[in-house]
Ligand binder design. Sequence first.
Ligand code: SAH
Length: 343
Amino acid sequence: MKKDLLSMLPQELEQELTALGEPQYRAGQIGRWLTRGVRDFDEMSDLPKPLRDKLSEHFRLYRPKVLSKQVSALDGTIKYLWELADGNAVETVVMTYSYGNTVCISSQVGCRQGCAFCASTIGGLVRGLESSEMLDEVLFSELDSGKKISHIVLMGIGEPLDNFDNVVRFLSLVNNPKGMNIGMRHITISTCGLIERFDDLAALDLQLTLTVSLHAPDDETRSQIMPANHGRGVDELMAACKRYYQKTGRRISFEYAMIDGVNDTAFHARELVRRAREVGAHVNLIPLNHVEERRFKPSTQGHMKAFMKILDEGGVNYTVRRTLGSDVDASCGQLRRKMQKKI
Ligand code: SAH
């Protein structure tokens, strides 16, 4: 089995080259080609032919194919469907904000968390993405769209903390000053609350933003819509958030999709105030997006207003997330894996 070259950190590639009897500076040359999107050793024209042959003998590279590209007529949001080396396909979204271009990437092929309102979990988990596959979601979204990417959110398909090692490696790759050089402060990881991984992430002391998909402040409601709440519970989730904040000094955000009649009552708003204050969290309210197979509806304007009034009175910081790309099913919770039939 050939090794996945793009998933290697620069120092690892140097070691591999040394083991092959090659000088370490070749790693820098190879790295520059990779960052330009070259995925074929024969195109690395400043490497001697025998080295290119040796590289293709030991390492593999793959260039993700665009299976579809949809551009929203409403706001210019772009949704890509990429074909991966094994025929699986995942989606990536590029959004333009006043502060720059944000790419929303998938971290797994499918998802096993089972949230009742989300499309990504339909069909379950196939596998985690390699670090190289996540890096290429960012790089080829930038190269294809011509939009310089300044921010990354791991809010596409999958649960990033369920693919912990590959995600952490991806973060070092994309943060590499000689690579895409995207600052940790411009990266957000979103989790459904796999608290057993919070301390591991905090220990790395990265300056990224962790956001928790809370969606309900009480166990009864949360367990109904998010299986990940079972055996963990909101109290423990809050304790893990507090520890994370204490260790990293980075404020946590809560995602809260407003679902009609499920999590949008005055009781939920008051409990959310208590939880957000307890953790010092910023709240992102998301009007629920439509998912064909799901029975849930977004909260009414009236219920959202009443809910926000309680948050205002409770002194909670919140924003209502703008819905982008809804005409191409590119909004939160609408991304799904696909399988390309090989002929
Ligand atoms: N597994 C991670 C990453 C996915 S991020 C997580 O759970 O956070 C995708 C975000 O969209 C999550 O906050 C998710 O809960 C939210 N979401 C899922 N389905 C949605 C829907 N139908 N409408 C609005 N938001 C949704």
